[in-house]
Design a protein around this ligand. Sequence first.
Ligand SMILES: Nc1ncnc2c1ncn2[C@@H]1O[C@H](COP(=O)(O)OP(=O)(O)OP(=O)(O)O)[C@@H](O)[C@H]1O
Ligand SMILES: [Mg+2]
Length: 608
Amino acid sequence: MSPESIRGTRGEDRSNYTREESRAIRRRSLRLLGSLLKPRKKLIVLTAVVVVLSAVLRAMGPSLIAYGIDEALPRAVAQGDWGPAIGISLAYLVVGGGGAALVGWYVVLIARLTQAVMLELRTRIFRHTQRLSLEFHEGYTSGRIISRQTSDLESIQELLDGSLSELIDAVLLGSFTLIALFLLDWRSGLVLVAMGLPLGILMWWFVIESQKGFRATRTVSARLIVQFVETMTGIRAVQAFRREKRNDRAFAKVSDDYRRANLRVVNLFGVLDPGLVLLGNITIAAVLLWGAFRVTDNALAVGVLLAALLHVRNFFGPLEDVAMFLNSYQSAVAALEKVSGVLEEEPTVQDPERPVALPAARGSLRFDNVTFRYGGADDPKVVLDRCTLDIPAGQTIALVGTTGAGKSTLAKLIARFYDPTEGTVALDDVSLRELDTADMRRAIVMVTQEAYLFSGTIAENIALGKPDASRAEIRDAAKAVGADEFIQSLPDGYDTDVNKRGGRVSAGQRQLVSFARAFLADPAVLILDEATASLDLPSERLVQDALQRLLADRTAIIIAHRLSTVAIADRVLVMEHGVVVEDGSPEALVAQGGRFADLHAAWEKSLA
Ligand SMILES: Nc1ncnc2c1ncn2[C@@H]1O[C@H](COP(=O)(O)OP(=O)(O)OP(=O)(O)O)[C@@H](O)[C@H]1O
Ligand SMILES: [Mg+2]
């Protein structure tokens, strides 16, 4: 089974999966957990020892009291011998204090363990998702990827930090208490064991019901987040199309579902809590009654009875924690399943095993019978159909064609954001699949319409193309593409923070910055995908001039709807439905009369 089929698009509710898939998911979560815990074996063993010791000490208390009342107290009263009483008080103090100190220690140990695991998991998720191919990111919504890094990690932390240790503590304390009770007075022990049946039924009922309840709250809360993120990321469209009212209604509905789901869970606690209290009190009453009969028959010492009652109370104390554990356990398991899913996702574009170095690429490109489908070999939709192309180094190509023809796809294949489904794309006769990744990224740069600026200064954003560039180089690059003038007019010039007020730049200015970035990077192959679409005509003309310089001695692929950009091309490729239908110099294509000639005629007319 492929990881994709597990990730799927069926949402992330376990109930949608077959048994075998669920098993695979569980195995993958356990694998992740194992890999996180394995390097910390020593810390885990130490924590376990401390937890067990502290539980043993805390379970001893009541038995010491029994000794004090039945043995030490009579000796003090009858013989004036205070030694045993003082001794037992000191012993109680040591045991109690030791138990408390150990609790403190294991809390610290568990926190250390948890934080180490969280740190590793957090960095692993970040590094891994960053490395995953574009294909993953185009399919995995930002809301979901945010949840992996936030709420999922929180659930896992909650389990490791709190609930799990509470559970282990409760189970250990319960077991040792039961043992101590049997050693002290097995009849009282029997009463407690007999209460195990109704107790078991109550807990079992709660486990089953809460499992359903918690699953419902998680599903609804995921819907709530999606609704919120989608509205806020699309806020421009929301306001432009006046979707607010409808969104309000939809959000109110999901919120109300969430309220109801939570209420259902809380109601379960409304039964569990009093149930536990009731069972605890019944047990205490039963132990007390039977014990009282035996005390009057002189078959049981009063101190032992008191100790038995204390033991019973200690036993019931942490039971609610055990029930509560379930909540965090379930959400942590769900979180672990999702996180492990992302972590086991393989980049579809793999680094080559034996990379071929190409430190100084000339920039010739070749497409050899390239077929491409976004969904892989099974996808019926062919976006690029057996494309064969030869682009000599230094050529400037204009790629034109109708919307959806496959131009951007072709560009993404050259930049190796995807690998072809069949055939090869090669740079200087080296297949991109074998080319050293760093050399490939240096040689091929793609500038798109969505020029993205990272937080930081304008200069830093330009230097992205060449991290060690000097200020003079950065300025030269900006001048070359005609960006220097607007940058100088910003409040702090090149040091303007792009996220601060006043540093906000327009879409066209962003494009100029990304041009400067590409110019500084100085790649052998430059791809411009609608990169001038946001520029006004004067700026575009400026860029046209700059473009001549920018493209001078490199291979260039320009995708543009505005034919003005095409004027500087040596060669035009016209694409239709994933096939290059015309290929030649602009003049030749115009003379030949075809699609490009039509486009060209229409463009000339619009200028007139
Ligand atoms: N990430 C994707 N997953 C699946 N199909 C896609 C994806 N991106 C594009 N397509 C499909 O591939 C086809 C070609 O898209 P492409 O973006 O290459 O067109 P284009 O020629 O660049 O169009 P435009 O001029 O509008 O930018 C389209 O039919 C589109 O629906
Ligand atoms: Mg496109």
